[in-house]
Ligand binder design. Structure first.
Ligand SMILES: [Zn+2]
Length: 150
């Protein structure tokens, strides 16, 4: 949402940008939970995949309508790298670097520790800023609707 707001996207482009922002977790968390990968940050969170997607949406004519997907997608991966525990940053360079499995502890305990850590607080602040932008846009849209009726 922050990327979409910065790029001044219309509704369609914003929807594509938001879709791109959820793809990494949708793909990798599913693959991880199905036991097909060691971590929740592999294929879709890889900077290699980000580079490939950038080339595809830039160079392939048929993919150009989907260009707004890229800022959301890349922003998600960049934000995850920014708040990743240092020992797990290597997971974002898959398949160039070997994966480091996330700690073998209960997911609830792991995420509770993450939520109160500096990266967790930073991520929460980004989410709050994004929600604030969505709320601001909705208020702006309501105002636009009122203006067109009057
Ligand atoms: Zn992610």
């Amino acid at each position: 949402m922050l990327a979409s707001d910065y790029l001044d996207y219309d509704r369609r482009a914003t929807a594509l940008c938001l879709a791109g922002a959820v793809v990494p977790d949708l793909v990798d968390k599913t693959v991880w939970r199905l036991g097909l990968a060691e971590t929740g940050h592999t294929l879709a969170h890889s900077v290699v995949t980000v580079a490939v997607v950038a080339v595809v949406v830039t160079a392939v004519d048929a993919a150009r309508p989907f260009r707004p997907v890229f800022p959301g997608y890349a922003a998600h991966v960049a934000a995850d790298v920014g708040v990743a525990y240092p020992r797990f940053v290597v997971n974002y360079a898959w398949p160039i670097l070997e994966q480091r499995p996330t700690p073998d502890v209960s997911p609830v305990g792991y995420w509770m520790r993450y939520a109160v850590s500096a990266p967790g607080v930073a991520e929460a602040a980004i989410v709050v800023a994004g929600v604030g932008l969505v709320a601001r846009r909705r208020v702006g849209d309501s105002d636009d609707g009122a203006d067109s009726r009057g």
